[in-house]
Each structure stands twice: as structure tokens, then as C-alpha cells.
Design a protein around this ligand. Structure first.
Ligand code: NDP
Ligand code: HSE
Length: 437
């Protein structure tokens, strides 16, 4: 289909898992995209690291490939830069250069946005350019645009999400089969979910980057990955999963971003990533396999749920394409994407002030007065006990204690004091509990 209008010219930085699917979608949907935008899209260059790499039969002219990404960014005949390389540098240099020069940027780079989104937003403001990054959080799920646009008339109070597909697959598999972490990770690797080095996923770095991006958008405040409390899920055992089941719960690696008053009454933001027990009745409990889901609570809208594929070449490329269409339309109409909204400047609340509940499993000597000593530790730290379950016989007993909500610092201190108690032989597990009352 010919629109008669000159093409919007695209430069693609990266042609790996996501980039190659972007190329495929641009080719396969060229006619529809032209009709929707009102002008054709033309890829004028693709930057990669290895020119000789086998790329299957990608529908693109091999002569367009280059290893000179910066040279491509600087070309005068480029309108939109699509960055699907990842990492902080050289991506930051490329994108700031492009934005300052007034070129639109579409990126999936969560690591860069969470570490130094400020540089990109400042460069976009300087160059009067569009910066889109829908694919950076939760892959295919339309989530950032609703936060950035649709919910801008409302006040978001909390965002709770499963934003890492690899760890959700591992935890779902542990829950379904009773497997331990190592076994479930092996399965995730065999199926191609987990990367050769799964550290960023299982230690929560990937989810923390996404949490920072979500919190920044939800609360109109610049939040970086360093502001996010992070605890990975490598310590979750088959026994924890079994214990969660006994309580009618499951365990998920959650990102939780919340606004509210701190201990002095000042409005602030708390952002954390950690494994948590959630009741099976919670909307996130049924999110299995490698799927992602994000539960947003806003004052006027109430609860909203976003669900879908959070990773993989094609789902992620879908989000990238949506941003390309938006950026291309803006260029044709001479308009711009909504610029960064960071006016609130809310301070970050430390994890110690986050109110949560703990599930603690203790091995103790089954003697007279043990329960009273244990309960005393909770009372001394101003933590109220919700339920206590005892099992075991003769000399040994296991106590499973679930608390009411208390500041994380008090809960943490309780666990430390319990460790020091002579009648406590070991603390088998400590998990936070979210959702429910
Ligand atoms: P890949 O590792 O599969 O691809 C990276 C691409 O970047 C490759 O084509 C590589 O070239 C190219 N590249 C690396 N270094 C350079 C360089 N210095 N100059 C030019 N090109 C370079 O990554 P993904 O496609 O998986 O991820 C891309 C981005 O998308 C990342 O930011 C990631 O976090 C994000 N993302 C990924 C998702 C996924 O499911 N994979 C989901 C959501 C976001 P070569 O091909 O020659 O090796
Ligand atoms: N490693 C990430 C995940 C990719 O498993 O969710 C998507 O960002």
C-alpha cells in the first residue's frame, strides 16, 4: 500500500532475541503498519556486535547491518532509534545522543532506565524528543502507557506485581511438583526460560529494575534500582512451599511499590522486591508458568489487573512495535509523547518502615515455658502474633508463627532475638506474607 508520504526511517540497535522479532513484525505487518501510521516504516540500518553471526532467514537486507551503532545514531536520515541491546553503556551514550538530537527513542532497556532514567528523560526534554519504553517492564503487557497516560487523572496508591517470568516459572513448578529450587531452575534452563547466568532473575535484580520504573511512573517521582529493597528467591525451599500450602497460600517473587505516610507522617514511597506468601484467593496467586501480572490500586479506579507474557522475543517485540507506531505518528503529526512526570519528588521510605507480616518457622525444644519465652520476644519487639501452630513430639517441636502487620524493622529484630534464644534450635524459614488480613 502506498501512502504517498515519505517513510519514517528507523535505526535498529540490536538484533538478538527481541530485535530479530522486531524485524520480522515490521516486515510481516508492513501494509497494516503503513495504513495505521499514514506513512511507511523503513529500516535504514541495524547495529549488531558480530556481523558474521548466523541470523536465520531474517527478512532484511544484510547490507544494512553495521557494528558502528553510534555512527548509525548520528546519521541525519534517521527518525526513530530502537534500542534492543541492553546494559548501561554504550546504550546510554547512544540514546542520550539521539534524544538530544531530537530523534525519537524506543527502548526495552530496563537496566538503563532503572539505573539512570533521569539522563534519558533530561536528554528527551532537551531535544524535544519522544522516549518510549513499554517493553522494559512486563514484556507484551500494556502497562506503562496506562500508568503514563490513562491513570494520570487518578492517584495510584499501590502496585503489586509478578514481573519476572523466569522466577515465576521456577516457583510455579516448585508449587506444582514439590521440587526444590535447584531442580526447578534446571527445568527452567532446559526450557529456555532461564539464562545461562540466571543471577539477575533469581536474585531479584531484574524485578528490582522493573519495580523502579513502575514506581517512578505510578508516583510521579524518580525512583532508581538503588532505592529498591531487594531479596532474591534462591532461599525458598520445598518446605516453605509446603508450609505455604498448609496455610492456603502460595509463594511468589513480588515487586511492591506503595505510597503513604512514613513514621513522621510525611508522604513517601516504599519499593521492595522479595518472595512472599500470598493467599490462594489473591488475584496474583493463579498467575503461573512464566506469565507476568501486575495489580494496580488507584483511589478512584480501584483495583486493576494487567496479565500476559512478560518475556520472549515476539511478545516483547509486540510492545516495541506499539511504541514505534506511536513515535512515528507523533513525528508525522508534529506532536510529542507525554513527557516525564516527576513533579512529586516523594522521598523513599526505608524497608524498616514498610509494614508487612512474617511467617516464621522455628525448631525448638519442647519444654515447659518455651512458648511463653518465644511469645515474649514478639511482645518485646511490639509484634503481635496472629497464629501459632505446633507440630512434633518428644523433645523436638516445630513452631510456625504468623504475625499481624508490623514495621519490617521490628519483625527483623524479632527474628534476630529469636536466634539468640537458647531454646530455639534453628530458624527453618522466614517469609513475608502479603495480601489478605
Ligand atoms: P540479546 O542478547 O538476544 O540481543 C542483544 C543484541 O544486541 C544482539 O543482536 C547483539 O549483537 C547486539 N549488541 C550487543 N552489544 C552490541 C554493541 N556493542 N553494538 C551493537 N550491537 C550490540 O538481548 P535481548 O534481545 O534478549 O534483549 C534486548 C533488550 O531487551 C535488553 O535490554 C533486555 O533487557 C530487553 N528485554 C528482553 C526481553 C526478553 O525476553 N529477551 C524481555 C523484555 C526486555 P549480536 O547479535 O551480533 O550478538
Ligand atoms: N529475564 C526476564 C524474565 C526477561 O524472566 O522475566 C524479561 O524481562
Amino acid at each position: 500500500m502506498s501512502s504517498g508520504k515519505p517513510a519514517v526511517r528507523l535505526a535498529l540497535l540490536g538484533c538478538g532475541t527481541v530485535g530479530s522479532e522486531v524485524v520480522r513484525l515490521l516486515h510481516d505487518q508492513a501494509e497494516d503498519l503503513t495504513a495505521r501510521i499514514g506513512a511507511p516504516l523503513e529500516v535504514v540500518g541495524v547495529a549488531v556486535r558480530r556481523l558474521g553471526r548466523e541470523r536465520g532467514n531474517l527478512p532484511i537486507d544484510p547490507a544494512l547491518f553495521t557494528t558502528d551503532a553510534l555512527g548509525l545514531v548520528k546519521r541525519d536520515d534517521v527518525d526513530v532509534i530502537i534500542e534492543v541491546v541492553g546494559g548501561i553503556e554504550p546504550a546510554r551514550t547512544w540514546l542520550t545522543e539521539a534524544l538530544r538530537a531530537g530523534k525519537s527513542v524506543v527502548t526495552a532497556n530496563k537496566a538503563l532506565l532503572a539505573e539512570d532514567g533521569a539522563s534519558l528523560h533530561d536528554a528527551a526534554a532537551e531535544g524535544g524528543a519522544d522516549l518510549y519504553y513499554e517493553a522494559s517492564v512486563a514484556g507484551a503487557i500494556p502497562l506503562l502507557r496506562p500508568l503514563r497516560e490513562s491513570l494520570h487523572g487518578d492517584r495510584v496508591t499501590r502496585v503489586t506485581g509478578i514481573v519476572n517470568g523466569t522466577t515465576n516459572f521456577i516457583l510455579s513448578s516448585m508449587d506444582a511438583t514439590g521440587a526444590g529450587f535447584g531442580e526447578a531452575l534446571e527445568e527452567a534452563t532446559e526450557l529456555g526460560y532461564a539464562e545461562a547466568d540466571p543471577t539477575a532473575d533469581v536474585e531479584g535484580f531484574d524485578a528490582a529494575a522493573k519495580a523502579a520504573i513502575l514506581a517512578s511512573l505510578a508516583f510521579h517521582t524518580r525512583v532508581t534500582a538503588a532505592d529498591v529493597f531487594r531479596e532474591g528467591m534462591t532461599g525458598v525451599t520445598a518446605a516453605d512451599i509446603a508450609s505455604a500450602k498448609e496455610m492456603g497460600c502460595t509463594i511468589k517473587l513480588l515487586c511492591i511499590a506503595q505510597r503513604g505516610p512514613d513514621s513522621t507522617g510525611q508522604e513517601s514511597v516504599s519499593v521492595r522486591v522479595h518472595p512472599a506468601m500470598i493467599p490462594l484467593s489473591h488475584p496474583l496467586a493463579g498467575v503461573g508458568d512464566a506469565f507476568n501480572a501486575v495489580f494496580v490500586e488507584a483511589e478512584a479506579a480501584g483495583p486493576l489487573m494487567f496479565y500476559g507474557r512478560g518475556a520472549g522475543g515476539t511478545p516483547t517485540a509486540s510492545a516495541v512495535l506499539g511504541d514505534i507506531v506511536a513515535a512515528a505518528r507523533n513525528r508525522l503529526s508534529g506532536t510529542r509523547a507525554p513527557s516525564e512526570s516527576a513533579y512529586a519528588h516523594l522521598p523513599i521510605r526505608p524497608i524498616g518502615e514498610a509494614v508487612t507480616r512474617y511467617h516464621i518457622s522455628l525448631d525448638v525444644a519442647d519444654k515447659q515455658g518455651v512458648l511463653a519465652s518465644v511469645a515474649g520476644v514478639f511482645a518485646d519487639n511490639e509484634v503481635s502474633i496472629a497464629t501459632v501452630r505446633q507440630s512434633g513430639r518428644d523433645e523436638d517441636a516445630t513452631l510456625v508463627i504468623v504475625t499481624h502487620g508490623a514495621p519490617d524493622a521490628n519483625l527483623h529484630a524479632t527474628v534476630e532475638d529469636l536466634r539468640a534464644l537458647p531454646i530455639v534450635r534453628s530458624i527453618a524459614s522466614v517469609l513475608r506474607v502479603e495480601g489478605g488480613s
